[in-house]
Design a protein around this ligand. Structure first.
Ligand code: DX5
Ligand code: ZN
Length: 224
């Protein structure tokens, strides 16, 4: 099944709890929370205290994408705050193996992400420790950017790595996903889609989430 994780980066930050409830009613499968530190990426958003508040109102899994470096020493804070998935960047730690072990030991799902300029080889020896791989299809930092087509090749390569080893790893893509391009990413092998501006720019979240899922399923069906 295709899963949609609306990114609250494009939501109204003055009404985050209401926005989460609205996308949950509209069919969201998870809530994507972008943590930015003003250092690893040129933007600053929120951290564990806000996530802890959002965890009290959300009923769907919290899909926490941390764009911060250093990261290792604060991993426990995000998990205690309520992250269901904790995705860190391979570029943000010298010890991704240890960090992913820690995330799992603390009871969260371990995600690893790579930027558009990072080769997929960087995560090849981490797949056995991950529950989710996140391929960035924009340079992280901002919502509303255009999808970088090279991400499709990277999705294909990671899908092949996962399937050839028989792992159960979710393959997520984040950045520039819209109803008119989601099928390509699904056909390439992604099954979990982040969508920020595509959802929150619309007056009717239910319609756009349904359209994303429908077009994603079309792409997935065309995979084989
Ligand atoms: C970008 C973030 C994304 C962002 C996606 O740094 O990681 O999650 O919110 O926004 P859209 O879907 O508008 O590209
Ligand atoms: Zn994100």
């Amino acid at each position: 099944m295709i899963k949609i994780s609306p990114s609250i980066l494009s939501a109204d930050f003055a009404r985050l709890g209401e926005e989460i409830a609205a996308v949950e009613r509209a069919g969201a499968d998870a809530i994507h929370i972008d943590v930015m530190d003003g250092h690893f990426v040129p933007n600053l958003t929120l951290g564990p205290p806000v996530i802890a508040s959002l965890a009290k109102v959300a009923t769907k899994p919290l899909d926490v994408h941390v764009m911060a470096s250093p990261i290792d020493h604060v991993i426990p804070d995000y998990i205690k705050a309520g992250a269901t998935y904790l995705t860190i960047h391979a570029e943000a730690t010298h010890h991704a193996d240890r960090a992913l072990h820690l995330i799992r030991e603390m009871g969260a799902k371990a995600g690893i992400s790579i930027n558009p300029g990072t080769p997929v080889a960087m995560i090849e020896d981490l797949l056995h420790l991950t529950d989710l791989v996140l391929i960035m299809s924009v340079n992280p930092g901002f919502g509303g950017q255009s999808f970088i087509p090279r991400a499709l090749d990277k999705i294909r390569m990671v899908r092949q790595m996962i399937d050839s080893r028989g792992y159960q790893v979710e393959l997520q893509v984040d950045g520039g996903i819209k109803p008119d391009n989601i099928h390509e990413a699904a056909q390439a092998g992604a099954d979990f889609f982040v969508a920020g501006s595509a959802v929150f720019s619309q007056p009717d979240y239910q319609t756009v989430i349904a359209e994303l899922k429908k077009n994603g399923e079309i792409g997935r069906a065309a995979r084989r």
